[in-house]
Design a protein around this ligand. Structure first.
Ligand SMILES: [Zn+2]
Length: 67
């Protein structure tokens, strides 16, 4: 049986069955947070780690001015 890739996924992924949880807004979005969650598919409990990536965008605030 192939190992399920449950690391660094866009959605919380069950390491037992690979089910991707769509209701991730219920979980903490704090980086490094660990919590036990129950898979909605196989109903096994697994530990979910939150990994956040911060990116930055600089926007000009005088974009309407003629160059
Ligand atoms: Zn599962």
């Amino acid at each position: 049986m192939a190992e399920i890739d449950a690391e660094y996924r866009d959605l919380p992924t069950c390491p037992y069955c690979g089910h991707q949880c769509q209701d991730y807004f219920d979980f903490s979005h704090q980086d490094g947070n660990l919590e036990e969650v129950e898979c909605g598919e196989c109903e096994k409990t697994y530990e979910l780690e939150t990994i956040t990536t911060t990116r930055w965008t600089g926007h000009k605030i005088d974009a309407g001015d003629p160059a």
